[in-house]
Ligand binder design. Structure first.
Ligand code: MN
Length: 324
């Protein structure tokens, strides 16, 4: 039971790398390069738990880092996802009081991805799945992926829609000329935000939530900007000339989406999200090890919300959504 004055802290967008997956899909030099981040991606216990303890983080829901198994051919991704999820089960099993897991899904084979989600939740005890960016250039709202949403609804587990490197045509048209001086423009600096917000909007437009009204989507990074734009998106998509002037983007977004604080520790931005979505939809996360635990922990005491609301964000909402 959560003590409101000193609540448990659960972080749910916390990454690791599986060596087989990373060596297949990441640039080989990046995998071999030694950096503090890569060392932590491959650490599944000692350093990770030590840094959780230092920052006061009680529990991590682990997920593979981008691009995970959203790239490549169907056969390879199916085998890799299965192997990686089996190994992730062992990682969680070694410290079940500190870790839970989101599955990697082999989305290049959508039916196999749906089956893998089912296997991971029912047999391995995973709490949902994380999907990174586009699958070989295809947005996640494409009808080929809907069997995944069907299974997610049946099992009542969320799908975490996470960024990956944007589509190559977008990189070329929007970012290329600045990447030498500002490589992060492509990723957390802007490119991730644009593409993942687009994923969220397209999911609403696709009708997947009418087909599967129980589907729950998590977006990181305080909703990838969508809470800030909610009024304008909602108003614009219902203007004359659109399909249905009574269409409410807001209703779909607030019913089907949860957001996390991963890598975004701003009180003005958080308060905007609270005002648009309500405190029950916001879950604490760090985005470890791409972001350090300590800045997130240092932010917590500054959050200008009641102890009760803070306890929901820090763990209560995650306990409910993920049945922890
Ligand atoms: Mn992340």
């Amino acid at each position: 039971m959560t003590n409101k004055a000193n609540p448990r802290i659960i972080a749910i967008e916390e990454h690791y790398w599986d060596r087989e997956v990373a060596e297949t899909f990441q640039d080989g030099d990046a995998v071999r390069r030694r950096s503090p981040i890569i060392e932590r991606l491959y650490d599944y216990s000692e350093l990770r738990i030590q840094e959780m303890d230092e920052a006061g983080i009680d529990f991590q829901v682990l997920s593979h880092g981008a691009p995970s198994t959203q790239r490549g051919d169907a056969e390879t991704s199916v085998k890799l996802a299965r192997n990686a999820n089996d190994r992730l089960y062992d990682i969680v099993g070694a410290h079940p009081d500190r870790f839970a897991a989101f599955a990697a899904l082999p989305t290049p084979d959508p039916l196999a991805a749906a089956a893998e989600l089912e296997r991971c939740v029912t047999r391995l005890g995973f709490k949902g799945a994380m999907v990174h960016g586009l699958t070989n250039g295809v947005f996640f709202d494409d009808k080929r992926f809907w069997p995944i949403f069907q299974v997610a609804q049946e099992l009542d587990v969320p799908l975490y829609v996470h960024p990956a490197t944007p589509h190559p045509a977008v990189v070329e048209a929007y970012y290329q000329d600045y990447l030498k001086d500002f490589p992060s423009l492509l990723t957390a600096g802007w490119g991730f935000t644009v593409e993942t917000a687009t994923q969220g909007i397209r999911l609403v437009l696709s009708g997947v939530f009418d087909a599967y009204p129980g589907v729950k989507i998590i977006l990181g990074h305080l909703g990838e900007g969508l809470p800030f734009y909610l009024w304008r998106i909602n108003q614009a998509l219902a203007r004359q000339g659109n399909r249905d002037t009574s269409f409410s983007f807001r209703d779909y977004f607030c019913k089907h989406f949860w957001i996390t604080t991963s890598g975004f520790f701003s009180n003005p931005a958080l308060l905007c999200c609270v005002m648009e979505m309500g405190v029950d939809r916001i879950l604490f996360s760090v985005d470890y090890p791409f972001v350090d635990n300590q800045p997130a922990a240092d932010w917590i005491p500054t959050i200008p919300l009641s102890a009760e609301d803070k306890a929901k964000i820090l763990s209560g909402n995650a306990e409910k959504l993920l049945k922890l």
